[in-house]
Design a protein around this ligand. Sequence first.
Ligand code: MG
Length: 395
Amino acid sequence: MSTAALIVAAGRGTRAAGGDTLPKQYATIGGAPVISHALGAFGALDAIAAIQVVIHPLDEARYRACVGSGLPKLAPAVFGGATRQASVLAGLQALIPLQPTHVLIHDAARPFVSSSIILDVIGALATHAGAIAAVPLADTLKRANADGLIETTIDRAGLWRAQTPQGFKFQAILDAHRAAAAEGRLDFTDDAAIAEWAGLDVALITDDAHNTKITTKQDLIDAARRLNADRMGETRIGQGFDVHRFCAGDHVWLGGVKIAHTHALEGHSDADVVLHALTDALLGTIGDGDIGQHFPPSDPKWKGAPSRLFLEDAARRVAARGGRIVNVDVTVLAEAPRVGPHRTAMKAVIGAVLGLTPDRIGIKATTTEGLGFVGRRDGLAAMATASVRLPSSES
Ligand code: MG
């Protein structure tokens, strides 16, 4: 089974764009044109072998600006016709040389199409000639008379709102479209109606109600707000603190760098206070316990372990939550050794583990003016802060 996506973007409806003439599928929401969101959703799926877009001739330059030098799987766009139905037929004919077994037809003005509904529709095509995304009707329907008064209430049982994608066996929908055009039937408002007219069995696949079509200017504003909320996410801050005591030895590990010193640091692992404090700071951003919980000192497995393992684990936990580390900042409290000469090397280690450029990594040091355990050179300490962007948990 090879499935193509046919994205219909040939409409020139400008209701959504307000006074100007920019068609809604080219308006920018969430940092990208409306049509690019759908192209991205289909393009990201291995189950989609090719994407054909149908555009209006007047939008050629706009479309080119959207796709630039092209996207993987994207066939050159073709021009649509006078109606949506004619535009879909043009797109289907353009797909013939690619010989898809199935096609999913989708409105460019539905930017919220999910990968799950695309895959559900494709799945249903294994047993049906057609399958469409649809939502069971929740509102009660009224038929009005000419005076705007209720004439009758329509039973909503069994009623659905048809959305897209609408998937079909390729040859079957192509034949149905050609037959409709040949008979002068140009009044169908979606492809499922043509399939129905042609006698194909078409399954209704329950979609979520968020796969809305952008039709009005308010739709565009709502869609932009929704995408921006997703995109902006939220900022988390975490902090960490660690202390290790000096013992006999000739080097310490700080920030993943081995530094010659008059003493070593006592600890179960390599006692790297910088990486330990950083690890706790990262875990703090996602409320995921602390280093001692994930790597218990009682577990012999971590004896002498390089602390970059702990930092790598914390970075994985942040990434698993969809997080992106923005910056980290460390202060070392020590009378000795001096940190400055090793700052660049520490940034290189931390940057490699966390995927950060040096300007996002702060490494600072201070003495404590001879005061306290640091001042007495009993040991040293590090404090760390991390900032992480996470997808908003409210959206
Ligand atoms: Mg420690």
